[in-house]
Every structure is written in structure tokens, then in C-alpha cells.
Design a protein around this ligand. Structure first.
Ligand code: HEM
Ligand SMILES: *[C@@H]1O[C@H](CO)[C@@H](O)[C@H](O)[C@H]1NC(C)=O
Length: 336
């Protein structure tokens, strides 16, 4: 057991190292390092003095959990996305509803869909024992997303830290700002533009759908009614998920039918073959302005790794609470 753990750690350290030296676009975040002692700004060394053990603790815990249940890695990546797109990366997505508080968890894109809350709570509990009142839930989400992607074989990046936790959530914004799988390309582009992302960055971030799963009712219309889908692929989903014309709403299919538990560029190769799972996936390669980017990522896995890492850094920087704004929650699911 001990030797397995050791070789696992060596393996991941190696992967991280390769990730860092190979990703020139990730290096520029060293500029963040230089200005790290400015207030109200994220920093790469934020917890170095107050909780130096935190990052290795999170990495060990998340890596073990994800290798034990690989879909969890997908769920944690999505949690960070759904946090950041609604009032910034402030852990607002983690706040549970109470009789007097309406949070984001029951908004349409989140309800019966988001997973991984219990793992975040467990990591938080460990950090509260190690360094009480120091490490924010928003930072746990950002680090857990990165460590999950790395555990599944994806690229690494440096997560800037110092986000604080919100005391509020925004149910309405969760419904309006998280993209629906029924959107066309133009609407996808504008949903991401609203958050400061280019169409190219939207295509790169969508590569997250190389891992994880979706429910039948979200792709039913696509597999029965759409023409830009490979017929045998549609038939497989209809019969073997199964996703019947009615019923089986919650039956799950992988976004990437080839390698859904590995973070690779297969998502884009599938799109070239008209094997996008939900409508919005195939929109990225459907004769429109983003086709060329899908081709580029399908042909160049390294380019995808670099661009995905850069876009994740950008997503993680969406309007964080810093300085004395917000709080460090004691429990991620509720305000102090
Ligand atoms: C481009 C617009 C996007 C749309 C329309 C979209 C839509 C969806 C939908 C409908 C699901 C399945 C939900 C369910 O079955 O309950 C899903 C799952 C997922 N999404 Fe997205 N998504 C988008 C972008 C992203 C981005 C930017 C990321 C992360 C960077 C992401 C990461 C994921 C992951 C990893 C899953 C699988 C989660 C799991 O298996 O638990 N998505 N997405
Ligand atoms: C196919 O499209 C028609 C017309 O929009 C719709 O009424 C029907 O419910 C769709 N079928 C499925 C299985 O989604």
C-alpha cells in the first residue's frame, strides 16, 4: 500500500513537472507572483506563511478520491465553473438553501446535477483542523478543480489564491448566466463574452466535456431529431444508455464516448465525427466560425492543454472577493 502510494505520488509529481515546463502560456502567471504582496489581489503564495501544508493536503486527498471514482474529477471541475460564472469565484455555489435563504443549488443548471459537495466538505474539515479559519472554500474549489484535471491526465496550471467566501448567492444569475445545452453557437459565444471570454476560449473551456456525464433528457432531442449526428452513435445512445423517446430521463451517458475517464482531446475528435453529446457540444463544429478551433484541438493535443490551462486560470480569476471582503467560511455549505 505504502509503495503504491509512493509511486502514485512520483507519477503525479512527474506529470505536474512535464505540465509546467511544457506550458509556456502558464509561465506568465509569474507576473502575479511579483505583485503578490499587493492587497486585494490573488497571489501564488497566499497561504505559504499561514498554511504551507494546505496545497499538498488537498492534492493528496483529491488525487486519491478521483482515482477511486474518476467521475468525481469531472464533478469537481464543473463545480468550480458553476461557482465562477455566478457572481465570481466566491464559493456561492456551495451555500445550501435554508427556509430563509435561496441559494444557487436549486437553479435549473444545478439542481439534481452538481456533485462533489461532500468531498469539498471533507477537505474543508481537514484544513480547519490543520489551520483553522485560514483557507477559503472558493480556493478549495479552484485547487480541487486543478488537481482533478491533473489526476485524470490533463494539464496543470498555477492556481492563484486568496479568494474569500461570499455571504450571498444569486439564484437568478445561476439560471441566466450558466449556459444551457440547448444553446446555438451565437448564444454560447455571447454567454462567455458576458464573462470576458473570447469564442476561442469558450471552445477551449468546453474541452472539459472530455470527462464526465450528462442525463438523457438533456440530449434526447439531439439523438432523435437532429441531423448533424453520426447515426450509429445516436442509435447507441438511444438503445444502450438507454435514452428512450420517453422515460429514462436521468440515465447517464459519457460526453466522450471513447475515453470519458481521461482528460485528453478526444472531445474535439468526436465533434469532427458528429459525436457531440448535447446540442451545444456539436454547435462548436457545425459549419460555423469555431470549426477551425475544434480542428486545431483535435489535431494538436498539446495546444489544447496549453489553451485549456490558460483559460482555467482566467476563469479562476473571475471577480474574486479579496482583502476584507467576504469571509473565510467555517463550513462551506453555510455562512458563518
Ligand atoms: C459551453 C457551455 C457549456 C454547456 C452548455 C454545458 C452544459 C453541461 C451539461 C448540460 C452537463 C450535464 C448536466 C447533467 O446531466 O445534469 C454538463 C456537465 C459537465 N460540464 Fe458542462 N457545459 C458547458 C461548459 C462547461 C465548462 C466551461 C466546463 C468546465 C471548465 C464544464 C464542465 C463540465 C463537466 C466536467 C461536466 C460533467 C460533470 C459530471 O459528470 O458530474 N462545462 N455541462
Ligand atoms: C422531435 O421534435 C418534435 C418537433 O419539435 C418534438 O415535438 C418531439 O418531441 C421531438 N422528439 C424528441 C424525442 O425529442
Amino acid at each position: 500500500m505504502a509503495s503504491v502510494t509512493h509511486s502514485m505520488v512520483t507519477f503525479f509529481v512527474l506529470i505536474c513537472f512535464i505540465g509546467i515546463v511544457s506550458s509556456s502560456s502558464v509561465i506568465p502567471s509569474a507576473t502575479t507572483f511579483v505583485s503578490s504582496n499587493l492587497q486585494n489581489q490573488l497571489s501564488n503564495i497566499f497561504y505559504n506563511a499561514k498554511c504551507p501544508q494546505a496545497l499538498p493536503i488537498i492534492k493528496a486527498y483529491i488525487t486519491t478520491a478521483v482515482l477511486n471514482d474518476r467521475r468525481l474529477g469531472a464533478s469537481l471541475l464543473r463545480l468550480h465553473f458553476h461557482d465562477c460564472f455566478v457572481q465570481g469565484c466566491d464559493a456561492s455555489v456551495l451555500l445550501k438553501d435554508t427556509p430563509t435563504f435561496k441559494g444557487e443549488q436549486n437553479a435549473l443548471p444545478n439542481a439534481n446535477s452538481l456533485r462533489g459537495f461532500d468531498i469539498i466538505d471533507r477537505v474543508k474539515a481537514i484544513l480547519e483542523t490543520t489551520c483553522p479559519n485560514v483557507f477559503s472554500c472558493a480556493d478549495i474549489l479552484a485547487v480541487a478543480a486543478r488537481d482533478s484535471v491533473v489526476a485524470l491526465g490533463g494539464p496543470t496550471w498555477i492556481v492563484s489564491l486568496g479568494r474569500r467566501d461570499s455571504t450571498t448567492a444569486d439564484f437568478k444569475a445561476a439560471n441566466s448566466d450558466l449556459p444551457s445545452p440547448f444553446l446555438d453557437l451565437a448564444a454560447l459565444i455571447s454567454a462567455f463574452k458576458k464573462k470576458g471570454f473570447s469564442a476561442d476560449e469558450m471552445v477551449a473551456l468546453s474541452g472539459a466535456h472530455t470527462i464526465g456525464k450528462a442525463r438523457c433528457f438533456l440530449f434526447r432531442n439531439r439523438i432523435y431529431n437532429e441531423s448533424n449526428i453520426e447515426p450509429n452513435y445516436a442509435k447507441t445512445l438511444q438503445q444502450f444508455v438507454p435514452c428512450p423517446k420517453s422515460g429514462g430521463d436521468n440515465n447517464l451517458a459519457p460526453f466522450d464516448i471513447t475515453t470519458s475517464t481521461f482528460f485528453d482531446n478526444a472531445y474535439y475528435k468526436n465533434l469532427l465525427n458528429k459525436k457531440g453529446l448535447v446540442h451545444s457540444d456539436q454547435q462548436l463544429y457545425n459549419g460555423g466560425s469555431t470549426d477551425y478551433k475544434v480542428v486545431a484541438y483535435a489535431n494538436n493535443p498539446l495546444l489544447f492543454r496549453l489553451d485549456f490551462a490558460s483559460a482555467m486560470i482566467k476563469m479562476g480569476n473571475l471577480s474574486p472577493l479579496t482583502g476584507n471582503k467576504g469571509q473565510i467560511r467555517k463550513y462551506c455549505s453555510r455562512v458563518n
